[in-house]
Design a protein around this ligand. Structure first.
Ligand SMILES: [Zn+2]
Length: 537
């Protein structure tokens, strides 16, 4: 069920800090749950399946005010289950009141309407998900019909990832987790998702993470919650008629040329595919962009092979500028980095730290980021970490703060990124320049992908210990779980830059940190070649 599949990835901006144009920029990856769309062919549906149709409804003002859902559940309940159960989030990553916005819920089988008793999880601190549960008061006979209307998320409320369904530009967008109630104890292992777009008129598109129009989604009905959606007269890249493994859809007005920025993103995506290599070919990818007129504006958040960038109105000074390119890179990199198995509070230093490390290094290595931006980016990262009030907080303390403080929530991103930079240096040194972090990760990710290893903190520590010939587990625990400070090796971000101790000032206070400076005479393309001693690759 969705609770188990949830893997928090956190935000990239600070609460109350109007970082970049997009306002708070979030990124959140949901564990993939095997919910990728199946191929385009629609084979005979299995006996146990879930058919669902989404119909966005327009209010009198021409804005979407709800999504009407009709669905039919085939098959039976799971073994040992006697009563149908449904669940919907009460809170989903700072989107509040989702279950309360589900109206006109009707469940009917051959014997007529089904009644339910309600239970609710205890609230979870930090804005993290908890659920309401419906249990049928009698036995049911499948197939049965489930229908409801999910109202759009009202304006206002705390900022967070763009899971809530919000209207913009005459359409609607969000994620399944932001409005769905789903059956949770059935044997259904395949959903057929379709759209009724009649209210939008001709030319409208209905698209999810799983594909455009009618799609098959593997997994239980709850897998539908882990997908972005967008419907309406959306902009598209590339044009509809063009075949592409990379597509973008958008609703609203952006201060940058969306198609041009998506060309940049597609090129980067293709570079990442070759760089990370272990997903071959890289899956089809979808980018969703929405511009909202009212808060909360959202941010950038990754789900399986897709992300959503949600933002507010453009400011005059932004017009003609670029999209937040490092954010696009970050969200796409999440797909290859994935995460560790286990509790997200104890493991997001890996998923977010490594994604952040690669966000800073790979576009630079691809030649997309100039040298001076590379150096200033590393200094910004360094400053955020050493002046972060949470720089020495434990993982548990950070998890309890959750979405209430973006600065605190980012500490695992920052110390994680510095850990991986330092680790690259340690691997190069231990192997006399023969090995790198990239090589180790490629092997580890291949094993994870094939199911040969379950990548837990312990498994990761073992891989590193073996690589270095030194025990890693205690270091990982001290740093990422207990919150020790890290000062990475000076060559951790390649040979073309050097990290040196420096006092950093923030808010009138001084912090012992590091600064990064250019090493003259080492070309950007040689930055990650060989080891610090200059061994050839
Ligand atoms: Zn992230």
């Amino acid at each position: 069920m969705a609770e188990a599949g949830y893997l928090e990835q956190g935000a990239r901006a600070h609460a109350g800090h109007p970082l970049r144009a997009a306002g708070a920029i979030f990124c959140l990856l949901i564990a993939m749950m095997g919910c990728q769309a199946a191929g385009p062919a629609l084979p005979a549906e299995p006996d146990a399946s879930y058919e669902i149709t989404l119909r966005p409804e327009l209010g009198e003002d021409g804005r979407v005010d709800a999504i009407a859902v009709t669905s039919r559940l085939h098959g039976g309940l799971k073994a040992e289950e006697s009563r149908l159960k449904l669940s919907a989030p009460v809170v989903y990553v700072n989107v509040m009141g989702i279950a309360d916005r589900i109206q006109d819920l009707r469940v009917t089988d051959k014997a007529g309407p089904v009644e339910f008793t309600l239970e609710q999880d205890d609230p979870v601190p930090g804005g993290f998900p908890y659920f309401r549960h419906w249990t049928a008061t009698r036995d049911v006979e499948l197939p049965l019909d489930i229908s409801y209307r999910a109202l759009v998320q009202p304006e206002g409320g705390p900022s967070g990832p763009a899971f809530g369904i919000r209207p913009s530009k005459g359409g609607v967008s969000g994620a399944g987790a932001g409005y769905m109630i789903v059956p949770v104890n059935t044997e259904s292992s395949l959903s057929v998702l379709d759209w009724d777009l009649t209210e939008f008129g001709p030319g409208a598109v209905g698209v999810t993470t799983f594909g455009e129009g009618r799609v098959l989604v593997k997994g239980p009905p709850a897998a539908l919650m882990q997908g972005w959606l967008m419907a309406g007269q959306a902009g598209q890249y590339p044009p509809k008629e063009e075949d592409s493994h990379f597509r973008a859809y958008w609703l609203g007005d952006f201060p940058f040329d969306v198609a041009a920025e998506m060309t940049y993103a597609k090129d980067l995506y293709d570079f990442f595919g070759e760089f990370f290599a272990y997903l071959d070919p890289a899956p089809d990818y979808r980018v969703f962009l929405r511009q909202l007129d009212t808060e909360p504006y959202g941010g950038a958040t990754a789900l399986a092979n897709s992300f959503m960038l949600s933002r507010g109105p453009g400011l005059p000074e932004e017009v003609g500028g670029q999209s937040p390119r490092s954010t696009l890179a970050h969200e796409m990199i999440h797909m290859w980095v994935g995460g560790l198995s286990g509790d997200h509070v104890r493991t997001n230093w890996f998923s977010e730290g490594l994604t952040t490390y690669y966000e800073y290094t790979v576009p630079f290595r691809a030649g997309r980021v100039p040298m001076e931006d590379y150096v200033s980016g590393l200094n910004a990262l360094s400053e955020r970490y050493y002046t972060n009030p949470a720089r020495a907080m434990s993982a548990i303390e950070i998890g309890q703060v959750g979405f209430n403080d973006g600065r605190v929530r980012h500490a695992p991103y920052e110390r994680g990124a510095l850990y991986f930079a330092d680790l690259d240096s340690r691997i190069r040194e231990a192997s006399g320049g023969a090995r790198t972090l990239d090589m180790l990760l490629r092997e580890v990710f291949t094993l994870r992908q094939s199911g040969e290893v379950e990548l837990t903190i312990e498994a990761w520590s073992d891989f590193v210990s073996e690589e270095l010939g030194v025990e890693e587990a205690a270091f990982i625990r001290a740093l990422h779980i207990d919150g020790a400070l890290i000062y990475p090796a000076g060559d951790g971000f390649g040979r073309c830059v050097r990290g040196v101790p420096a006092a950093l000032e923030a808010g009138g206070e001084m912090f012992e940190g590091m600064r990064w400076e250019r090493v003259e005479g080492v070309a950007p393309e040689a930055c990650f070649d060989g080891a610090a001693e200059g061994a050839s690759p």
